[in-house]
Write a protein that binds this ligand. Structure first.
Ligand SMILES: C[S@@+](CC[C@H](N)C(=O)[O-])C[C@H]1O[C@@H](n2cnc3c(N)ncnc32)[C@H](O)[C@@H]1O
Length: 190
């Protein structure tokens, strides 16, 4: 499956789930395409927290949000997503409707600065604790760059340890395509 259509598929699913006033997290802001999408879904009465380790990414994302007139609900943090539990207000914990991860490197940026398995796993674990009942984590893993395959495999192994009475786990791995993106969807049951 092409990267573009997988991103679109994720946006379609999240657009059905997210309501005006909801709280969402973009765990990998990058150039801000997903942040903007989330901001539009939750609207002026909602909230989007975004994380990235590169100032270049945050600047690019903020510019995108400004041009679209959608900065209102968004707070961006120059911090690793593994810190999200300490950065978002305590009042938000257990109320987050969606957390998006789009792993890999910043398109147009330094391809050596990718997400890494240890911090990704720490962030996923933190995100579980923030989800509202019915809330979801969506993760796209790109396997074609150095380290991408190992990271995707560790994420899949981690997801296999989740308690299925607490979480619904869906994994989409395109068959026979070694470097194709893979998609993980985790929903907290009610
Ligand atoms: C594929 S890009 C994200 C694309 C983005 N969602 C968009 O819509 O444009 C991955 C991003 O993850 C960021 N990243 C790497 N490690 C990170 C970490 N520990 N915490 C947060 N972001 C991280 C990179 O700097 C990069 O900008």
């Amino acid at each position: 499956m092409a990267r573009f259509s997988l991103v679109q598929q994720v946006h379609q699913l999240l657009a059905r789930l997210l309501q005006p006033g909801d709280i969402a997290i973009d765990a990998t802001v990058g150039n801000g395409h997903d942040t903007l999408f989330l901001a539009r879904c939750v609207g002026a009465g909602g909230k989007v927290y975004g994380f990235d380790i590169q100032q270049q990414a945050l600047d690019s994302a903020w510019q995108r949000l400004e041009q679209a007139g959608e900065t209102g609900p968004v707070s961006l943090y120059h911090a690793g997503h593994e810190t999200m539990r300490f950065v978002v207000p305590a009042s938000v914990q257990g109320r987050v409707r969606a957390v998006m991860f789009n792993l890999g490197y910043l398109p147009g940026g330094d391809k050596g600065r990718t997400t890494s398995a240890s911090t990704t796993l720490a962030a996923l674990q933190a995100a579980l604790g923030l989800l509202a009942p019915g809330g979801v984590i969506s993760l796209l893993a790109y396997t074609g760059h150095p380290g991408g395959r190992d990271e995707a495999e560790l994420v899949k192994s981690w997801s296999a340890t989740l308690a299925l009475d607490l979480f619904e786990v869906i994994l989409e791995v395109p068959p026979g395509m070694e470097s194709a993106p893979e998609w993980l969807w985790i929903r907290r049951r009610r």
